[in-house]
Each structure stands twice: as C-alpha cells, then as structure tokens.
Design a protein around this ligand. Sequence first.
Ligand SMILES: [Zn+2]
Length: 596
Amino acid sequence: MIAPETAFDRLCAALRRAGKVVRTNRPGQVMAQCPAHDDQRPSLSVKAIEGQVLLYCFANCHVDDVLARLGLTTRDLFDDREGVTYAYDDGRKVHRSWDKRFRQSGTTNGHRTTLYRATKVAAANKAGETIYVAEGEKDVHALESLGVTATTAPMGAANWSKVDPWPLYGAAKVVAIVHRDEAGQKWAAAVREMFTGHVDQLDFRQAKTGNDAADHIAAGHTLDELEPVPDLGPLELAPNVVSAIGQVFAGVTVDSAARANGCTIAELTAALRVSGAREIEPTSEWDSVDLLGAEFREAPDILDGVVPVGVALLSAAPNVGKTRLLTQLSVAAVRGAPILGRQTTKTRVLTLALEDGARRYRKALTEQVGTSWPNRGQLTIRTTSKRLNEGGLVEIERHLDRHAECGLVIIDVLERVRPRSTGTNAYRLDYEALAPLQRMANVRQIAIVVVHHANQRADVADIFEKVSGTSGLTGVVDSLLLLQRRRGDNVGRLSVSGREVEDQEIALSFTDGWWGPASEGMPAALLDEKREVRELWLWLADNEGASTADLAKQYGRTENATLKVLRRLEERELIDSLGTPAKGRPVCWQVVRNVS
Ligand SMILES: [Zn+2]
C-alpha cells in the first residue's frame, strides 16, 4: 500500500517543480523561496500539522497568492482535499471542509460536550505538565506539532461553556491562547470563569504574529514568544470577598466569614483557591461587633497542648534527636496513640523527610512500628520537595486535595523548601516560607510542623528568642517548639510557647534513641542539672526522708560536697528538707514534685 500523499509533501513537490529552493529545518517543516514575491533567501515557512499544512510568508504574501503561483488551491492545504476530521475521545466527529464549513457526526448528543484530547489532557494533568487551551482544533494540532498537550471544546469558541472541564481541574498550569478579536475576549472571559480557583496557575497569551496559535506557530515562533493579553489578568476579588478571606485566615469558619461579608460559601471557597488569595493578610483589626459575631473553628490539637492547628516551628540543634521525635509523632498521630504522655488526634500524615534518604527513614520507621505497620494511605513520606515558592506549596496542596483526611504535615527541614537565598536576610526568607503555610493550615484546619535547623547550638536559643520576641515570625507561627538535649544525655527538654498553646517546659526521657515522657513528676528545671544530680533526685523520689548521709552514699561523694548540692537544689525548690532537725540529728530530705 502506498502511503497517502500529505499536503506537506504536495506543497514541497510543487515548490521544487517551480524551481524554488526548499530547505528542510526539521521533519515536517521547511523554509522555501516564496513563489509570490521576489525571494532572494527562503522566506516561506511550510509546516505540517495533523491533517493539513500551515503556510507563512515572512514578506506577508497572502496564502492564496502563494498557492495560485504553484497552480494549487486551498484544498491542497489538506491531506484529504475535502478537509479534515477531528475525532473526539467520546466518539464525536467534527468535519471541517476545505472552505471552512463544519458538520458533526458520531456522538453529538448530551448537554455536556467533551474536551478534545480529553484522555491525553487528564494524563498531562496528572503528570503536572502545562496544558494549552485553544479556541479550535486547528490550533490544537498546531500546538501539538511543538510537542505539548493542548485541548479545545467542540463547535467553536461560543460554545465553550458547554464543555465538561473536569480533565483540566487541578492542573498545575493552564495557558489559554486567545484570538486577537472580540470573540476571543469573550472566550477568554468564559475560560477564566470556568477555571479560576480550579487550576493552580491560569495564564492568557496571544499570538505574536497573526490571529491565533496556528498563525503564531506557522510563522515559526516558539511558545515562549506568545504575548501576554492586555486587560486580562487574574480574576479580581471583590472587597467583601477579600475581607472574608482575611477572616478565614485568622481562624473564622468559611460559613461564618461568608455570612458576615455577604458572599456565598461557594463564592468564598472558590476565591480561597485563587492564587492571589494567598497574598491576603489574616484579619488583625476587628470591630468588637464583628469579632463577637464570628464563629472560630475549634479543631482539637494534633498533639495536645503542643501542636495545635496552624504552623508549629520546631527548632533544634543537629543530633538532638528531632527526626526521631517527628517519626514518633507521625506514627502516634496515624494511630491516635499518646506520645510524650500526651494525647494525639488520629489523622493521616504527610512527612517531607528532606534530610533523610528513603533507606534511612525506613530504618527509623521499622524500629518504631515493628510488625505493626500503618495502613496504606495513612502515612506518606516524601524525600524530595520543590521550594515552596517554586511549586512545593502546590505539591502539598495537591496531596491534601487527594487525601482529605490528612491533618498533619511535617516539613523536615525549612531550609530545604524556603525561597532561595539571594542575599536577603534569613528571617525574611523564613517569613516568606511560613506565611503561605500558615494560611494553608488555617484554611484547611490542619497542623504543619516545620523544622528549623540550627547549625550552632547557640543559634537555637537565639532563634527561639527572636521568633518568640519581636521578629515578624510570631505572626505566622501558632506554636514555637524548642527541643534541647545535651550530647549523650538521656533526658531532654521541649519548650513550648505560642499564641495557641500555653507556655510550658516538658521534661522528656531519651532512651535508646527514642523520646518518652520523663520520670513521673520530674520537673523540667531539673534538666539543667548534671546527670548524677538528676539521678540523685530520682533516687530521693523513691526514698523520701533519706538523710544527707544516705544521699552522700548514693552520690558517691563526701557529705559536705553532697550537702552543697542538696542546698542548691533546695534553693531551686527542687527538694525540701523535712522539718527542722533537732541538734545532732541528721537532715532528711524530700523531693518537690510538679503540681499539675
Ligand atoms: Zn512571499
């Protein structure tokens, strides 16, 4: 069987017959001497797209003139000289005649039409690729000749609103290519309305040359050369919607914020997804009437009193055991089991373990869960992430869209996801990274634990000081955690402060690499003491009323040396002497326990 002649072959053959130079650029594309003007160097672009050929003369000769000089007609631009047939995935067929008349066959019923290339579009969406939306099938074929995924709706731009947009929902980036005419502007408005809030990024572009994508591509332009469309930015948010969004970011329920600001819940929900909404500041000034009327969301803490809904920033020096603590928190939250002597709220978890490889994380996880594995879908571990401002945030949002029950996201560590440093100060970068996370946490009512890695031990306290002090970070962090442990020590301390939790110091034990609650009643203040002193205190806790001599024996020092330590502990209100001993009687001691 002989392959049917394509329009491209036909044009090339005709040009050669007419004695014109024909230079092949790449398969399916040539530059030739134009037969319609005195062409010294080849300036006629001939490009094959599916079903037809695109012609463009850089001296602006009309296509009809070019064809006439070659003894061809408009029909010759099509592989099938009758025209081209566009086959939709649902069985619809659109026939475009050589003289631009349309008719349809196949599946043409139903209120909803299907996107052209719907299956391919869904796959590209899943893969996170940019998808181009055009006004007609010819544009789609032209775009496809450049290797990208493109789509349109049947029956022209005016029928756009009838198409089922679902395969494009959730797409990372959609670029709509708008015709340079009035119908194009109307089409763009319909596209904007349909996809605002449903795709992560929606851009509008127009041809650099000619009217449409096919003209632009026929002229040999790349997709980077598409031009922005004036007066067609992202959808403007109405002032009442902006006010409602600010309240939601401040913790008010969507329901209550919509009611208070006179917009519908659907309107507000869609607006919250618009990329511009992320820039809106949480409401920080209230009329008392509005504040009293607002309903705040009341979600339980993920870790009682330590990790509330919102962003928790965990600072720790290297090798303190923070990754272990987070592995324990992940597993406990997945099971709804207590950890560090505190309750957790059962939830699914996404962990960005960016400092560990999968192998290392598996080792820690195996030690933690033994044979009692979590169920599939309960705990997701990602070992890489883009920077938050370069798609990382979108990746997290997408995970949360797919896993509605995920209520805890752990980011270990902040340095790996915050905006790249360009000489700006680190706190500003941290703020820029944490602010969108804080909004996301509030809108979705989830907890996000972000690890701040300090390289120097001194830095840790410094960060805590700065964050809890005057820096802007307090505005975007709901809970501040500082994990400290001396090298080789078997106890540690978790300091907690913030707007949504009570300031407290939690004493922890660190045994065989795992964190647990410290011995019952052990005051956090004792953590400042050396290990031997703590052990002395713990022994006394079990032997109330022991004398200085008993304690000296236990401590392994002289009575004098021991008494010095005991007096110090007494001053710190960690122990008490029992009554006032009579002259010549030994002093006896008891511990002071946490009153809670
Ligand atoms: Zn020409």
